[in-house]
Design a protein around this ligand. Structure first.
Ligand code: KIV
Length: 296
């Protein structure tokens, strides 16, 4: 009997949750298009989040607020096409889950029905948000929670900074995570909180915690793809480990191309087609003769 291959086996929510029990780390990453999703999928990533960070790293916005449902559906679909094994989670953008539960559940259902995702993520844990989580679960829509630094609250916080450094705030974050678990989320993202707070939450919850800027004690980790490959040569938060400088790699390639074209080195005959069959001989001869007459 052959054993299931971890890399290619379909990663379901029970599969992700079982990793916590088995003390195996969950590895998640963001992706927003087919080619990147295909690469990370082939590397054996467990979970792909089509994050609304899309707005900042792909669409060029200053923050995630302008991202729309249409943007998210458009980018989630190709990620799902590429993801044969990874669990795909769609991030609900700002104001797609803030009015009635009815409208929010409808918006969430679009990620499953139109884009093919397996779950959605929502930020926050207010009383209203917890009721929404219950309504989503009731509608068979699996939900991932997100506490700590929640980027959609950027105007409320004033700036992106570590949350939970003071006792009151830390206790609130622990309580938020517990309330989300009770409401029915299958996992929770812990963003930008002290590692000691992440450890307390991870030990208290039965569901897996996935950290970003939350230290080593979480059940899993997530990073924004564009950050870890070094797409931007600008500011990166302390928690990002840049595994490659893709900005430098791409710049080198494009500068080489510019240089070659300007100097007439590209394309040479290795990169050009020719007619070896002799079918064009007559045409070439006639044109050469015409050019010869013109010169005289
Ligand atoms: O939008 C996103 O990419 C996220 C991650 C940072 C967790 O929410």
């Amino acid at each position: 009997m052959s054993m299931p291959n971890e890399k290619t086996q379909k990663k379901t929510i029970p599969f992700i949750q079982a990793k916590k029990e088995k003390k195996e780390k969950i590895v998640a990453i963001t992706a927003y298009d087919f080619p990147v999703a295909k690469i990370v999928e082939q590397c054996g990533i467990d979970l792909i989040l089509v994050g609304d960070s899309l707005g900042m790293v792909v669409l060029g916005y200053e923050n995630t607020i302008p991202v729309t449902m249409e943007d998210m559906i458009h980018h989630t679909r190709p990620v799902v096409f590429a993801s044969k094994s990874a669990l795909v989670v769609g991030d609900m953008p700002y104001f797609s889950f803030h009015l009635s539960n009815e409208e929010s559940v409808y918006n969430a259902s679009r990620f499953l029905k139109e884009a093919g995702a397996s779950a959605v993520k929502i930020e926050g844990a207010s009383k209203k948000r917890l009721k929404l989580v219950e309504a989503l679960v009731e509608a068979e829509i699996p939900v991932m929670g997100h506490v700590g630094l929640t980027p959609q609250s950027v105007y409320h916080f004033g700036q992106f900074k570590v949350k939970g450094k003071e006792i009151d705030e830390a206790e609130n974050i622990v309580q938020d995570a517990l309330s989300l678990e009770k409401a029915g989320v299958f996992s929770v993202i812990l963003e930008c909180i002290p590692m000691e707070v992440a450890r307390i939450i991870t030990e208290k919850l039965k569901i897996p915690t996935i950290g970003i800027g939350a230290g080593p004690y979480c059940d899993g980790q997530i990073l924004v793809f564009h950050d870890l490959v070094g797409f931007s040569n600008g500011y990166l938060p302390k928690f990002v480990k840049k595994y490659v400088d893709i900005h430098e790699v791409i710049s080198r390639a494009v500068n080489g191309y510019i240089d070659d074209v300007k100097k007439g080195k590209f394309p040479d005959s290795n990169y050009s087609y020719n007619s070896k069959s002799g079918k064009l001989d007559e045409l070439i001869k006639n044109e050469d003769q015409k050019r010869g007459k013109e010169k005289k």
